[in-house]
Design a protein around this ligand. Structure first.
Ligand code: NOJ
Ligand code: CA
Length: 447
């Protein structure tokens, strides 16, 4: 009950060889720490070979490891080490598009979506302009929902489906225990390429793909987990639970950290999800400003309130690396920006500070932000946010079931019943009282 998934952005987690880029050996060297924290699974952002136009989300080979991050052997070792600590390793599958440097793009053009002219008004997520690019070699346009270097695969092509089922088996055979599925809501497009966003994404046929993947997962014991990056309105989330184990809830993540905004979303989520579906909560990832900045404006008490909520709601939760020390976004000067996104997503991708000196990062690929909040100092301080998070992770395992009920409370306090426990969270800057208890600003209590 209530798994804790820890998202790693591998280039920025831990660097084993001093080249300024985090890597798999670095990650493996921190397993002691992750075990101490009490996590159940690691989800790593992409680890595959990639020209890095979109930092790994443009894959050129789905069956290997990016040389900057390590080797297949390193990944095998990581999986085996993690296993001895009861930590699962999940990878990040990018099935909507490949890199234009993937062999398929030259050798198997039929795997992609083509048109002799620009057939519709679909937009590219990065440029905001048309999602169609002319290819002089093929004398046709190809679809790219993201960068020009990320051509979309044609999921109507059954060979594409067969390829990915084999890719899943390749990794499940190696002990990978789950996948986060990039752009899960938009893999397949309208076959007739009709105008309009509703034909570009959230097509019902996507569920046939996931049905097949779930069948592949069922070939394994224990069954690997499939988690979708389902960037859809809350009301559209339920169908994804038909064949995925977890569907990311962006309505929650994108809410303001205000009681009147968040509580209705949580209540609505729990009402909306089908019976038996596991809710999933997170406040940060590699595409969103970190919760300590976006939700807490740097205030550590407020960041703890956000962490309290994420870790005490029913279902599974994801922490993005650094959340556990209330790490804020890094400041990345213009001349160090690496991301194609607008606004650039570099600030939430800066390296994780392990020590106050920051010496563990030699000329990192993105600037190391403030080391004021770092793992070493917080580990030594029992009153730190790191210890606070660790205690909550231990406590969340004690809830007797996955039930949730909002309780009556004074204004500004969120009170809820969780199994046989009561949670109180003061979501204001003022001291609050609830049934004889005093709550400091942003304080959470489990009773
Ligand atoms: C979602 C990923 O999280 C993001 O980082 C990436 O740029 C796009 N999908 C395209 O793969
Ligand atoms: Ca390295």
């Amino acid at each position: 009950m209530g798994r804790l998934i820890y998202q790693i952005y591998p280039r920025s987690f831990a660097d084993s060889n001093g080249d300024g880029v985090g890597d798999l050996r670095g990650l493996a060297s921190k397993l002691d720490h992750l075990e101490w924290l009490g996590i159940d699974a690691i989800w790593s952002s992409p680890t595959f070979p990639s020209p890095n136009v979109d930092w790994g989300y443009d894959v050129s080979n789905y069956r290997d490891v990016h040389p900057e991050l390590g080797t297949l052997d390193d990944l095998d070792t990581l999986i085996a080490d993690a296993r001895t600590r009861n930590i699962d390793v999940w990878l990040d599958l990018v099935p909507n598009h490949t890199s234009d440097k993937h062999d398929w793009f030259s050798d198997r053009p039929e795997y992609y979506v083509w048109s002799t002219d620009i057939p519709n008004d679909w937009k590219s997520g990065f440029s905001g302009g048309t999602a169609w690019e002319y290819d002089a070699r093929r004398k046709r346009y190809y679809l790219h929902q993201f960068a020009v270097e990320q051509p979309d695969l044609d999921w109507w092509n059954l060979d594409v489906r067969a390829e990915f089922e084999q890719i899943l088996r390749f990794w499940f055979d190696r002990g990978v225990a789950g996948f986060r599925i990039d752009v899960a809501h938009a893999l397949i497009k309208d076959r007739e390429l009709r105008d309009g966003e509703r034909y570009q994404r959230e097509r019902p046929e996507v569920h046939d793909i996931f049905r097949a993947w779930q069948a592949v997962a069922h070939e394994y014991d224990p069954k690997p987990t499939l988690m979708g990056e389902t960037y859809v309105p809350l009301a559209h989330l339920p169908p994804y639970y038909a064949h995925l184990d977890l569907a990311q809830n962006f309505a929650f993540t994108n809410a303001e950290f205000e009681l009147d905004d968040l509580r209705p979303i949580v209540e609505r989520t729990l009402k909306t999800l089908p019976a038996g579906a596991t809710p999933l909560w997170f406040g940060s990832n590699h595409d969103h400003s970190r919760l300590a900045t976006r939700w807490a404006f740097g205030d550590e008490a407020r960041a703890r309130a956000a962490l309290f909520l994420i870790l005490t709601l029913p279902g599974d939760a994801i922490l993005f690396q650094g959340d556990e020390i209330a790490l804020e976004d890094g400041k990345v000067p213009k001349d160090r920006i690496t991301d194609i996104g607008d606004p650039p997503r570099d600030p939430e991708r800066t390296p994780l500070p392990w020590t106050r000196s920051g010496d563990e990062w030699q000329e990192p690929w993105l600037p190391l932000g403030s080391t004021k909040r770092n793992v070493e100092d917080q580990r030594a301080d029992p009153d730190s946010t790191l210890h606070y998070v660790r205690d909550l992770i231990a406590q969340r395992k004690q809830f007797s079931d996955d039930s949730y009920e909002t309780l009556k409370s004074v204004s500004g306090v969120w009170a809820y019943r969780r199994g046989d426990k009561t949670c109180l969270l003061n979501m204001t800057d003022d001291v609050a009282g609830h049934e004889g208890r005093t709550l400091q600003p942003w304080q959470g209590l489990i009773l």
